[in-house]
Design a protein. Sequence first.
Length: 189
Amino acid sequence: MGKDRRKKLHLSKIYSFRRGKGGFKDDNAQIGGPGFSRVVYCNEPGGFEATTKNYASNYVRTTKYTAASFLPKALFEQFRRVANFYFLVTGMLSFTSLAPYSAVSSVFPLIIVIGATMVKEGIEDWRRKQQDIEMNNRKVKIHRGGGVFDLTEWRNIRVGDIVKVEKNEFFPADLILLSSSYDDAIMLC
């Protein structure tokens, strides 16, 4: 590999983690910038870090539609399919005098197929919403200070919360293992 090529590769975005690191000076203003890890303060939900950073909540939403967006989004999804769009065009052409068949015979099956598919998608999305509600309302123990753990819903977990997970419990979020009850500090899932 030639010197020029190596220099270009070194200065490329592949090695961007090198370019973002600061020197060895004691400048805390660079923390959180490129090349540095994120600093998280435990059990400070109203602290400076939590208010300045806009961390995402732990609320889970897997639904595709809302009540207002169901009809337009579902129709858009249906007519993205080539077959449905083709039958829509042929149905529109059947309203002209050039069509050898009646408009009802071409439009009615399309309405039945699209209607049934939209009902199926609506039922599936409703079930996803019910599962989201169930998951967001599960309880977990959060440390509130002084050795006290309060029960709270999964959706209320914030970055920096200390969560106590018992044996055979589900994990409510991405967690870092701080301590384990096993002697060799492993965690069995």
